[in-house]
Design a protein around this ligand. Sequence first.
Ligand code: FAD
Length: 328
Amino acid sequence: MAGGIWVYAENQNGKFKKVTFEMLGAGRQLADQLGEELCAVVIGHGVGELAATLGEYGADKVYVVDSPELARYTTDGYMLALSKLAREHQPAVIFLGYTVQGRDLAAHVAQRLGTGLCTDCTGVNIEDGQIVFTRPIYAGKAFVEAVFAEARPVMATIRPNALPAAEFQPGRKAQVIESSATFGAGDIRQVVREIVCQASGRPELTEADIIVSGGRGMKSAENFKILEELADVLGAAVGASRAAVDAGYVPHSMQVGQTGKTVSPQLYIACGISGAIQHLAGMSSSKVIVAINKDPEANIFKVADYGIVGDLFEIVPLLTQEFKKLLG
Ligand code: FAD
């Protein structure tokens, strides 16, 4: 192999997504074992200063593609920028986060480069000189190990929170290589008119270390307040099952599962959620799962590390009260 291990460093509002640091951690290990350079790729406008900080997270080189047309993410703009850079420098591997943007971009770049893509990986290792990816199948019921036979570059999206973050090495510097991108008329077919952000003050669901989730058992939108109170004491995000979303209790942006978000927090607290396979698909890789359900036969208890059988309307406020005492 040659050409480096590349990490696409997704950034938004002057900050990198947490998964960037997790990919740099895995990338550093691979680069050392394979004798490759670890390179980060930062795309955007006015991102040079931010990009330079990635040396402190293990990057040897940082490629920056800066252009006013790249100030906001568009599929075409970013796909053209990343695939042009990859054609010029021939990386051995490209990692992107399994995020909304990463999923979109990775598929288009892989198609453009004529290579394969291993999606939603939860493990990356080297065996006999080959990179082996671990990824869940059958909605998280089993895992496969995948290798790339011939297609290059090797491309994969990495599930946020699945891998340990790179060590922070203050003062470590990376070589920053700047390039610009020019686009012809019609190259970028998407127009971003407005970005609407919901400001909850809580962590983003896919990046949160702790998630408190509610299902149909919450019975109303108002009742989600008790989950928000618990979440705020724990510094957690609030998620939901599809049944809670379909019932109109919370917006779809909070849905966890096969047709919602995939999460992998340190702690997932499922309240009034039965544990349907489609819900488990989005959260079964959580490190510790706590389930609160009044039905002792509920499927969620099969994946839970700790189960509380009882009425969530009694248990959740008690937990909030006790955590308040513990955490001050
Ligand atoms: P239910 O299954 O109705 O469970 C409610 C639970 O609350 C019960 O176990 C009950 O015992 C408990 N409960 C009730 N009251 C209380 C109380 N007071 N205290 C404690 N416990 C209580 N689902 C997802 O979540 N995410 C997805 O992305 C998703 N995608 C899907 C995609 C497809 C193609 C399909 C077909 C389905 C999908 N579903 C998804 C739906 C999924 O099959 C289930 O219908 C859904 O997950 C059920 O949500 P729930 O557990 O909240 O509701």
